[in-house]
Design a protein around this ligand. Structure first.
Ligand code: PLP
Length: 284
């Protein structure tokens, strides 16, 4: 056969295999993979690749639903069954299938296992190659609402394990945003929030709270603040499409905010009134 695929017990060609929409790989990139190349139907460094695969899965709390030796036998069998002696063998494990939600509790009972083998060749060694250079900016693209959300998934899970609602992220002392919302503080009668650079997602809700504060005569400072400033702030709140203005009362087990209840109350009321007005305008 030309190629072959396995997904959670089903076997077919790669083209015929179908994956449920609620696969967490498609929403979050919530999984790990490994890849090998074959020579004469034998995958090179098979055991090293599979050991890394199991290690990667363990690091993000995914239990691969097949024992090492069984998976090893499956990969070897697939490599033999594919017509081409030169092929790529691919293994992937994801946190499974479930309604979209960052925390692990939304995933199904079992992780998903994907395996496929398709014709491919090693890069030839009898030629030279041309390259470019690029600054390594991976993990510095938080302004793009991508579906590469594995770190956000893990931070949300950690919050849930701690019996909390959200994880506030910082790079060194600088507070950036949360696992799935933006975070802001009130101090000295002003709203302070991280500026829109590559370290935060420019939240729609954030922009609306800023515009409303300005309309209400509440100054807004779009400058980074530190963890220490947040812990001492008059109020701390987070915003997102599902959290119009949510007040934070505790961070890492310490009480925070509570010193400007009237001001945060005004912002919350304004947020709700704006929502109702929008609904009215659209005939709701
Ligand atoms: N930051 C992150 C990482 C998010 O995932 C979200 C929302 O999903 C936000 C901020 C808030 O953005 P918005 O107000 O547009 O929902």
């Amino acid at each position: 056969m030309e190629n072959i695929a396995y997904y959670n017990g089903k076997i077919s060609s790669i083209e015929e295999m179908t994956i449920p929409m609620n696969e967490r790989s498609s929403y979050f990139g919530d999984g790990v993979y490994d890849a090998m190349f074959t020579v004469r139907h034998i995958p090179l460094q098979l055991d090293d690749h599979l050991r890394r695969f199991y290690r990667s899965a363990q690091k993000i709390d995914i239990e691969i639903p097949m024992a090492f030796d069984e998976l090893r036998a499956l990969v070897l069998d697939f490599c033999r069954r594919v017509d081409s002696p030169d092929a790529m063998a691919y293994v992937q494990a994801t946190r499974g299938v479930g309604m979209r939600g960052h925390a692990y509790c939304y995933a199904g009972e079992r992780a998903s296992l994907w395996v496929w083998v398709k014709p491919d060749v090693l890069d030839p060694m009898d030629r030279t190659y041309r390259c470019i250079t690029h600054e390594d900016t991976r993990y510095f693209h938080c302004d793009i609402k991508t579906i590469n959300l594995l770190p956000n998934v893990i931070y949300t899970q950690r919050a849930q394990e701690a019996g909390c609602d959200e994880t506030i992220l910082h790079r060194g002392e600088r507070v950036t945003e949360c696992a799935h919302s933006n975070v802001h503080i009130l101090r000295g009668g002003a709203m302070q929030t991280a500026p829109c650079d590559n370290l935060i997602l420019p939240g729609i809700t954030r922009a609306h709270r800023i515009a409303q504060c300005r309309q209400m005569g509440i100054p807004v400072i779009e400058e980074p603040f530190t963890v220490a400033q947040m812990m001492e702030a008059d109020e701390v709140f987070f915003t997102s499409a599902s959290a119009l203005c949510c007040r934070v009362g505790e961070i890492d087990g310490k009480k925070v905010g509570g010193r400007a209840p009237e001001l945060i109350g005004r912002i919350q009321r304004a947020a709700w009134e704006e929502a109702l007005e929008e609904v009215r305008q659209l005939g709701g």
